[in-house]
Design a protein around this ligand. Sequence first.
Ligand code: NAI
Length: 774
Amino acid sequence: MTVKEIFNSMSYGPAPESRTEAMAWITQNAPFGHWINGKFTDPADGFATKNPATGTQLAQVTQGTAADIDAAVKAARKAQPKWARLPGHKRAAYLYALARLVQKHSRLLAVTETLDNGKPIREARDIDIPLVARHFYYHAGLAQLLTSEQPEMEPLGVCGAVIPWNFPLLMLAWKVAPALAAGNTVVLKPAEYTPLTALLFAQISREAGLPPGVLNVVTGDGATGAALVDHADVNKIAFTGSTEVGRKIRAATAGTGKALTLELGGKSPYIVFDDADLDSAVEGLVDAIWFNGGQVCCAGSRLLVQEGVAERFHAKLRARMDGLRIGDPMDKCIDVGAVVDPVQLAQITAMVDASAGEKYQIPCPEGCFYPPTLITGLGAADPLMQEEIFGPVLVSMTFRTPAEAVELANNTRYGLAASIWTETLNLALDMAPKVKAGVIWINGSNMFDAAAGFGGVRESGFGREGGWEGLLAYLRPKGTARALRPVAAMAEPATPEVSGLDRTAKLYIGGKQARPDGGYSRAVWSSKGKLLGHTGLGNRKDIRNAVEAAHSAKGWGNASAHLRAQILYYIAENLSARADEFATRLKDMTGKSGTDEVEASIARLFSYAAWADKFDGAVKSVPIRGVAMAMNEPCGVIGAICPDEAPLLGMISLMAPAIAMGNTCVLVPSQAYPLAATDFYQVLDTSDVPAGVVNIVTGPHEELAKPLAAHLGVDAMWCFGAKPLSEVVEREAAGNLKRTWVNNGLATDWTNAEGRPFLRAATEVKTIWVPYGE
Ligand code: NAI
């Protein structure tokens, strides 16, 4: 071959990475037990973990039993108080040591990762492992600053982490680094296909002097994961994996009081406008869908390209695909490695084979490999346009206008990430808030950093990893709350005092008073046995109507924060004008003076009027040519079961942060004392609150909590009612994986219940990566 021919074909020989060191480590330690309390347990019955590129066994690992999980949780529990008591600087020093050791052992970790997972060594070496080190460095910093920056917070206790196989060590880092920084201890269950780097990392943690029990690793399959999720002495579950398993975990943890974050699947749109730099967009797409063979939760797997350039773009893309090298992941020149397991390969193959679209594929070696694939000619509802394939398969559709692009982008049950390609920055910044996703990359894709929050909305899960927002998911407010005392409505007296006209307060839906669908009401008695009036008993249909009204008022989220503040002030002003009347009403219903509660309610409205334009986002210092903006976006429609113990203040404490942040809401007010809420809608009516922004459905909490929490049109659900309701709400929320915030039957001090925790619950952080500077 002449030099000219070589230049023309750009063919080059293999450049294999050595596997010697990694295989030596494996041989030395296999068969593997678990890592519990700072050492390996004796290996027991288990399964083989294989190199997917060759199909050969790498090592035998142990299938974790419930007893193994219990031993690990006990070790973690024992180690936790001392770990949490360490000064932040000491924990920072451990995390720093871990970061340094990851760097020191980076080649061994990268090679072991590639052997176990099948990803190209180039990616493991240049992306996964450096990001792991960066994560520990960053969290060493958070540990150092924690006490001064979050003085009111404390660790949760023992955290269970269940992670997938696509980024085995990086997902470990995403869970372990914040958990340890916050003062928690961890039991980690790696994926069954890829347990090796977690075990290697655990062993390395001994070099960092990490105290025994602080980090424990139990290997096994889904049953082991389920045992960890179900363990009674775990305070939090952090999960990354499929939406299906995420849903099971949501249901399994309902009502247990365990904190939960879920990072689930996606079908992320990759939007290319006709003015985009098409060659860069093609390069970006290679990263978006062929990075890690498309086995990436936020893979840009759904190409949406503007009609005028579609043909040209597809042609460029096909030409680029022809140049992709697929094969031995240990070869440093390989672009696409092996699929993690034949089971996953069979799944990808079946999904693509069942599709009628036009397919373009490049040649692919025999074995556990799947060719990079482009599929065109599909409709928006086609299964491949909707379902996560989790392989190197890109589906493509065209659009004409930006509005259509938004519609197509959001035509999915997921909401993890999106890429937007255009040279018109205004267009990109107009699109970014409209696309429903936790992360937006402008003229880029798959950018990650420890400082920038990562996570989804909708069925892509909830919670953020990275940044302060990620750390907060491993903390809770200091102090112990007392159990909530049940509050019963005043009973009908033996000799009721009934006088005056009958007054039956209706529901408040879409800015209008609405008769309850069922046509039933109940009497509300004063503490002195006087009939105060009747309230409607709402049902499932009323909830549906209220959610619909809340949906049609979603434009509230686009109103300026200044306007929202003004309206909150106006509500406060109008409540103040009727303060005596409300105080009397509260006194009649509860038998206690209502003056303070009304005053506190007015002050609370002022607080959130103040916060409306001050709960700022952030610009994150990410180590790339660009910035990552963290924007606080409204969740959407928030459903709330309001407390009984503070009928007016409790309801306002939930409504005000929700609407201040641009949400609309459906409130189920105090069941025992509902009349403060029904009086309150007259205040709303006179305060310029747009119809549908606040909806009020009175009635029994047990009956209304279920349809409200299950409603697919509700984006977040809060519950401050009696204890059993927390479980109902969390279980029902599993349907569309909406975020929940429940009291677990603990009392809230409503006099002081305001500020950031409420604002955080009312918002989702959207991270928008924007090119910036040189
Ligand atoms: P998976 O969701 O079943 O597994 C993820 C982790 O959860 C593993 O450690 C597994 O052992 C554990 N697990 C499974 N069932 C469990 C249960 N009932 N309770 C607790 N833990 C449990 O994902 P899998 O089977 O590996 O892949 C299936 C599909 O999931 C993929 O084809 C892909 O579509 C999606 N997936 C998405 C990921 C993401 O990052 N979003 C990662 C991995 C898979």
